[in-house]
Design a protein around this ligand. Structure first.
Ligand code: ZN
Length: 128
């Protein structure tokens, strides 16, 4: 049993999104190594370190769906709503971030009991 080893590669030679071909090399009956080659073009890789494995596309899922949605809920409820950056009194300029209500410097990620929802157009208006 066990995990099937990933053999997907992006071939350095032909550029194909393809599979690694492994052929055991024998000296008589003794396995001396493996020949690693591209199954598309046959390009031979000197060692496993040379093989351009196609990785990081199928990371194991660490969190269950339940964990994920719980975390998202917490974030929505406590983090996202009263942030100074979304407040009508939040003023940002090149030098400081300022609360016009409390006349003090704030951080975008600060929260405030006197939060006032800013006009929606200030958020994600897509200006470039
Ligand atoms: Zn190839």
């Amino acid at each position: 049993m066990g995990m099937k080893k990933s053999v997907e590669i992006i071939c350095r030679n032909c550029g194909a999104d393809t599979l690694l071909q492994r052929d055991a090399l024998y000296d008589g009956f003794t396995k001396t190594g493996e020949k690693l080659s591209c199954s598309s073009c046959g390009f031979e890789y000197a060692s496993e370190n040379e093989v351009p494995f196609k990785t990081k596309t199928a990371e194991p899922v660490i969190f269950t769906e339940a964990d994920r949605s719980e975390a998202a809920d917490v974030f929505d409820e406590s983090e996202n709503k009263n942030l100074c950056r979304y407040c009508a009194n939040y003023i940002v300029n090149p030098f400081t971030q300022f609360c016009s209500k409390h006349k003090k410097e704030v951080q975008a990620t600060d929260t405030c009991p006197q939060f006032e929802q800013a006009e929606e157009k200030q958020i994600g208006d897509g200006l470039l």
